[in-house]
Design a protein around this ligand. Structure first.
Ligand SMILES: *[C@@H]1O[C@H](CO)[C@@H](O)[C@H](O)[C@H]1NC(C)=O
Ligand SMILES: *[C@@H]1O[C@H](CO)[C@@H](O)[C@H](O)[C@H]1NC(C)=O
Length: 537
């Protein structure tokens, strides 16, 4: 008996060592973020924005694979607030994911400290507020993860790096937009596009003869963009943490919530060149420009702007299929990405998720398989941890689209840890969709028009489909992904069109195994906030 207790004690120390102490040799990066309102005029009209440490956009996080990140977020807004780390997998710890299904919001005038590791990740990511419509007025920024020095990258090291946060912008402000949605209306067209928080002439300066990495993220809340640089083709090198085939692009589509990194060689004559972002599938088309300046240039950029696609859906779908994994390139860990033969793994479950516009109680909502998600006041993760009944019911959302009118609900798929799952996003609307999954990346194996059918699998890319965390679904079309759900936790699957998410186009995947072990999931953080039915636990 005593031996058993002792053994348990030893095992406990061992588990603790593996989970916590193994991280100790990786560097720590400490941040204090003061979140306040401020006044800026991104489109020439002064308005209230959200600042982090007085910056708009927020300060970039520049980190290295495996770094431990500690961020004390001090919420000085008048509303509850959370930040989510878009594309950061939060291995074994959805506790740090920063969405209302996993965390209680940080109350106004208080603070909470996130602690997470950038475990085995590399690439171009971002962060933004997940609460209400806060991100419509700022609080977002870049999260760039460089490779460790022992890891080689499959392209020549660039001479410099630029971060480009492009996104749509509304003058109306978050509260007015929220009121509009609450009253049953949709979002209007944005008022403009911003590059790094300004509407035009944001300038990136480089030297002739050198090569630069541009990390480009669509930080917008609703609109797909096309990105291009006058006279400078771009070599795609990375997509949301995966090394891509290094194809050359004149222009590239980036949908809401997506990131790419490209290399650009400065081989033209010394002058300024336009950088252009324009909206896709909108009427009218909105355009914004930045500047690529060669050091020593005295010549402003000259018109015409390079043209890009506007409505062409087929063009975009065709381009999307060319974005593939480089099977011989390393990942963040010293093992070849290509050794993960996702195409040969047996799918154990298929989810066909149909998004649809709905009217519930006379108001506009968005639903997935007939359920329009409503955040319970108790985070799902806390309900799970403390076994609080009545917060959610597993699989109340069906694996396939249902008929009948949409209803409000708390949709949680019950997934067994390590299940290999096929998810088909079926878009029943004439509008483009962008879907994001927290906690895991997935392989995008197919895009097609119309209705997905089992037969559509014949056209899947089962060899070198790109692995990413956010994928577009074209108007009245489908997109199929394969995902190995081997990260235990409660993970948000959501529309990156923020008004649609706000009005219900999201759900959660509860990735679960009964084994209670620090090897599969960390315990509740000591500082976890309590709220809802968990308030007094
Ligand atoms: C709030 O901030 C203080 C320091 O300003 C820190 O000591 C404390 O741990 C923080 N609280 C939480 C819950 O993170
Ligand atoms: C793939 O990666 C290798 C490095 O492992 C690199 O040499 C090669 O150029 C890349 N190929 C393409 C087409 O991206």
């Amino acid at each position: 008996m005593r031996e058993a207790v002792f053994l348990q004690f030893l095992l406990g120390i061992l588990a603790c060592f593996i989970v916590f102490c193994a991280n100790a040799e990786d560097p720590y990066r400490d941040y204090t973020w003061v979140v306040t309102y401020g006044t800026r005029a991104p489109l020439g009209v002064y308005q209230k924005v959200i600042l982090i440490n007085n910056q708009f956009p927020g300060p970039p996080i520049e980190a290295v694979t495996n770094d431990n990140i500690i961020i004390n977020v001090i919420n000085q807004l008048d509303e509850p607030f959370l930040v989510t780390w878009h594309g950061i997998k939060q291995r074994r710890t959805s506790w740090q994911d920063g969405v209302l299904g996993t965390n209680c919001p940080i109350p106004p005038h208080s603070n909470w400290t996130y602690k997470f590791q950038l475990k085995d990740q590399i690439g171009t990511f971002m962060y933004y507020p997940s609460t209400l419509l806060h991100r419509a007025i700022g609080g977002f920024g870049a999260l760039n993860v460089m490779q460790r020095s022992v890891i080689s990258i499959p392209y020549p090291a660039p001479d410099g790096e630029f971060t480009v946060l492009v996104g749509d912008w509304y003058n109306a402000g978050d509260k007015a937009l929220k009121e509009r949605l609450d009253s049953g209306l949709g979002l209007p067209l944005p008022d403009g596009l911003l590059i790094n928080g300004v509407r035009r002439s944001y300038t990136f300066t480089g030297q002739r003869g050198k090569t630069y990495k541009f990390r480009i993220t669509n930080v917008g809340i609703s609109t797909s963009i096309n990105f291009r640089i006058q006279g400078h083709p771009m070599t795609l090198i990375e997509v949301e943490g995966s090394h891509s085939l290094q194809e050359l692009y004149e222009s590239i589509d980036i949908h809401a919530g997506q990131s790419v990194a490209v290399l650009v060689e400065l081989l033209a004559s010394v002058k300024d060149y336009y950088i252009v972002a324009s909206t896709r599938f909108t009427k009218p088309i909105l355009t914004t420009t930045g500047v690529l300046r060669y050091e020593g240039s005295h010549t402003p950029a000259s018109l015409p702007l390079p043209i890009g696609p506007t409505f062409q859906v087929h063009w975009s779908m065709k381009q999307a299929r060319t974005i593939r994994t480089n099977l011989t390139a390393n990942a963040a860990r010293p093992n070849p990405q290509g050794s993960f033969h996702y195409g040969t793994i047996k799918v154990v479950r298929t989810l066909v998720l149909a998004n649809a516009k709905a009217k519930i109680n006379g108001k506009l909502r968005y639903a997935v398989n007939g359920i329009s998600y409503v955040d319970p006041t108790t985070p799902l993760k806390l309900a799970d941890w403390f076994n609080i009944p009545g917060v959610f019911k597993l699989n109340s959302i069906k694996d396939v689209p249902t008929s009948g009118p949409a209803v409000l609900g708390v949709s949680v798929f019950g997934i067994t840890l390590h299940d290999f799952v096929e998810i088909v996003f079926q878009n029943t609307e004439a509008a483009i969709q962008s879907w994001h999954l927290d906690g895991s990346s997935f392989n995008v194996v197919g895009y097609g028009s119309g209705q997905w059918k089992p037969d559509s699998r014949k056209r899947y890319n089962l060899v070198d489909a790109i692995s990413r965390h956010t994928v577009q679904v074209y108007p009245t079309s489908w997109t199929a992904i394969l995902v190995s759900l081997d990260n235990k936790g409660m993970w948000n699957l959501r529309s990156q069109d923020w008004s649609k998410r706000y009005l219900g186009q999201q759900c959660y995947l509860r990735v679960w195994s009964n084994e209670k072990s620090l090897f599969t999931e960390t315990g509740i953080p000591p500082n976890a906030l309590r709220c809802g039915k968990a308030a007094h636990l």
